[in-house]
Design a protein around this ligand. Structure first.
Ligand code: NDP
Length: 521
C-alpha cells in the first residue's frame, strides 16, 4: 500500500447562510410557551444540580422559559428555600453569558419543599402548596413532575401525584399535567410493562415523557435533517453502498457514585436498551411521511421490529462483554471496577459491551451494525460511523495496488458535534499518490448564537408538549423484547465469568473486541 494514502488532511466546510431559512440563533422557540410549574422530585440529588437547574438557567438566559414559570424542588432532605437556592447557584456558576443580577432574577421563581415519598398526606400538602403558588404567580395550573429519583421510586411517586389530584387535566384547578421519567424504564420487559401499567393508572400516554437526553444532542437531531433534507445521500443509504454502521459511546469515567444503580443495570441496561438503540434507529429508519413525533416514532418502531433476534448459539460472534480492571487514565492510576466503593469484589457486571446487530429489512439486510459502549476507556467519544463500500474496481491498481480506502461519513456527538466525510484525492506532484482527506462541518464553527445543551432541549420540549425526542411505550417494549433474551443468557448461563473479558482502564476494551473496535475508531 502506498504510505501517502494514510495521510489525512482536513478541509473545513465553509458555512454560509445561502437561504433565508433560520440558523441556530434564531431557532430556539417556534411557538409561544405556556406558563407552568416544574416540580422536580428528588431535587437534592445529582441530576438536579448537575443537569436540570443549569439547563433551566441556560434557558432563562436565552429568554426561552415561559413567563411566569416556577420551579419547585422537592425531596426528603431538610433544606430551606435559601439553602436550595444557594446550592443551585453554586451549580450554575460555570454557565457562560451571565450578567450580574441574572441569577437573582432566575432564583426568584425557585422554591424548595420537603416531601415524604411514603406519605399521601405529604403529597396532599404539596398539592395545596402548589395551588397556592399557582394562584399567586398565575401559572395556569399547569404542572410538570420530573422524577429525578432512583427508578424504583417511579411507580410509588406517580401514584402519590395521582392520588393528590395533580394528574387529572382540566379538573380541580389543574390545567395540563405531565410526568417525566428518566431511563431506565424498567429492568426487563416484564418490569417495563408493570411500570407502564402503574404510570397509566393516573396519567394518559400523552402526559408521559420518557427522557432519552441523547436524542436532544444537536448532531443526533441532525441525522434526520442530513438524511432527509439532502437529496444526494438517501439513494446510497442502503445495503448496496454501505458496508457497515458503527456506533460508539465510550466514557473515560468509571462508575463514580452510582454503584448501587450500576450493579443492577450494567452496560446493557444502562446504554443499550435506550441510547444505543435510538441512535441505531435514526440511522436506519425509513423516511417518515412528515416530521411529526408520532410519524417519526412509528418508523423507529419498524426498525426495532426488524432487528434480527439475538442468536444465543452464536454468542461470541454477536457480543463481547468486558469489565474494567485497574489502569491509567490521563497518566493517573485508577481502580478496577471491583475495587470501586459499593461494588461487590466478585461482581460479574459488564462495564463494556460490543454487539453486532442486523436489521432484517429490504434496506439493511446483511449490513452489520456494530454497537459499542464502555466505561473507563481510553477517551470519551461518541460517534456514528457510516462506512461505505470500497470502489468495485481500482483502475489505479498498477500504481497504487488494489485497495483504496472507502468513503466514511461520521456524525460526531462528542468531543465535537460535527459531521465529516472522508474521500480520496490526488496529492500534488508528479507521482500518482492518493491522499485521504476529510471534509468537516462543526457546529462550533458553523453557527453563532446559543446551541442548547441536551437537557435544556428536552426540558423545553416538555414545556411545549412535543414528544418527538421522547420514547413511546411501544418502543420501550420492542427494545426490551430484543434485549431481554440477551440479558437472560448473559445473567443465567453457567459460564458467565468466562464470558466477561477483563480490560485495563484507559485501553479500548477487551482484546477480544479489538477487531471490531478497529472498524469504528
Ligand atoms: P440520586 O441517586 O442522586 O438520587 C436523587 C434523589 O433521590 C436523592 O437526592 C434522594 O433525595 C432520593 N433518593 C435516592 N435514593 C433513594 C432511596 N433509596 N429512597 C428514597 N429516595 C432516594 O439520583 P440522580 O440525581 O443521579 O438521578 C436521578 C434519576 O435520573 C435516576 O433515575 C437516574 O437513573 C437518572 N439519570 C441520572 C443521570 C445523572 O447524571 N445523574 C443521567 C441520566 C439519568 P432525598 O433523600 O432528599 O429524598
Amino acid at each position: 500500500m502506498n504510505e501517502t494514502r494514510l495521510e489525512t488532511k482536513k478541509f473545513s466546510a465553509v458555512v454560509e447562510e445561502v437561504s433565508s431559512q433560520p440558523t441556530a440563533g434564531k431557532c430556539l422557540i417556534t411557538e409561544p410557551l405556556t406558563s407552568c410549574t416544574l416540580i422536580i422530585v428528588g431535587a437534592s440529588g445529582d441530576l438536579t444540580a448537575r443537569k436540570l437547574i443549569p439547563a433551566l438557567f441556560e434557558l432563562f438566559l436565552n429568554n426561552s422559559l415561559p413567563n411566569p414559570f416556577n420551579i419547585v424542588g422537592c425531596s426528603r432532605t431538610d433544606l430551606s428555600g435559601d439553602d436550595f437556592r444557594k446550592k443551585m447557584k453554586y451549580a450554575c456558576e460555570h454557565i457562560p453569558g451571565q450578567s450580574p443580577g441574572d441569577w437573582q432574577k432566575f432564583a426568584e421563581n425557585l422554591y424548595y419543599r420537603k416531601v415524604d415519598y411514603e406519605s399521601p398526606r405529604s403529597f396532599s400538602e404539596l398539592a395545596i402548596y402548589l395551588r397556592a403558588l399557582n394562584s399567586e404567580k398565575n401559572t395556569g395550573g399547569n404542572w410538570i413532575f420530573y422524577l429525578a429519583v432512583p427508578p424504583s421510586l417511579y411507580p410509588k411517586l406517580s401514584r402519590m401525584i395521582g392520588q393528590a389530584g395533580l394528574s387529572r387535566e382540566g379538573r380541580e384547578g389543574n390545567g395540563w399535567s405531565r410526568i417525566v421519567v428518566e431511563k431506565p424504564f424498567g429492568s426487563d420487559l416484564d418490569s417495563a410493562l408493570e411500570l407502564d401499567r402503574i404510570l397509566h393508572t393516573d396519567f394518559h400516554e400523552h402526559q408521559i415523557f420518557r427522557i432519552d437526553h441523547y436524542l436532544a444532542k444537536e448532531t443526533v437531531q441532525n441525522i434526520l435533517m442530513f438524511r432527509f433534507a439532502n437529496a444526494i445521500f438517501e439513494p446510497i443509504w442502503n445495503r448496496s453502498f454501505i458496508d457497515y454502521i458503527g456506533i460508539i459511546a465510550a466514557e473515560q469515567l468509571g462508575v463514580e457514585h452510582r454503584a448501587g444503580y450500576y450493579e443492577q443495570a450494567g452496560v446493557l441496561r444502562d446504554m443499550f436498551q435506550n441510547h444505543m438503540k435510538q441512535l441505531l434507529a435514526l440511522i436506519a429508519l425509513e423516511p417518515p411521511a412528515s416530521f411529526e413525533a408520532d410519524r417519526v416514532r412509528d418508523e423507529k418502531i419498524k426498525v426495532f421490529r426488524a432487528m434480527k433476534p439475538f442468536d444465543v448459539g452464536k454468542f461470541d460472534e454477536e457480543l463481547v462483554l468486558g469489565q474494567y480492571g485497574p489502569g491509567k487514565i490521563d497518566g493517573h492510576h485508577v481502580s478496577g471496577y471491583r475495587e470501586e466503593p459499593g461494588i461487590a469484589p466478585d461482581s460479574l457486571v459488564p462495564t463494556f459491551a460490543m454487539m453486532r446487530i442486523f436489521v432484517d429489512n429490504w434496506r439493511w439486510k446483511g449490513v452489520p451494525f456494530y454497537l459499542v459502549s464502555g466505561k473507563r476507556l481510553a477517551r470519551k467519544v461518541t460517534k456514528l460511523v457510516v462506512q461505505f463500500k470500497e470502489v468495485p474496481h481500482s483502475l489505479f491498481q498498477n500504481v497504487l495496488g488494489k485497495h483504496i480506502i472507502a468513503n466514511r461519513l461520521t456524525f460526531g456527538v462528542y468531543p465535537e458535534e460535527e459531521i465529516t466525510l472522508t474521500f480520496q484525492t490526488k496529492s500534488p506532484g508528479a507521482r500518482v499518490c492518493l491522499r485521504t482527506v476529510t471534509m468537516d462541518f462543526t457546529y462550533k464553527q458553523g453557527f453563532e448564537g446559543p446551541a442548547l445543551e441536551a437537557y435544556a432541549k428536552v426540558l423545553l420540549d416538555c414545556i411545549l408538549g412535543d414528544h418527538m425526542l421522547f420514547w413511546r411505550q411501544d418502543g420501550v417494549e420492542q427494545s426490551w423484547s430484543f434485549l431481554s433474551p440477551i440479558l437472560e443468557e448473559c445473567e443465567t448461563c453457567g459460564n458467565r465469568g468466562e464470558r466477561l473479558h477483563p480490560y485495563a482502564s484507559g485501553s479500548w476494551g477487551p482484546k477480544r473486541a479489538e477487531k471490531w473496535m478497529q472498524l469504528i475508531l
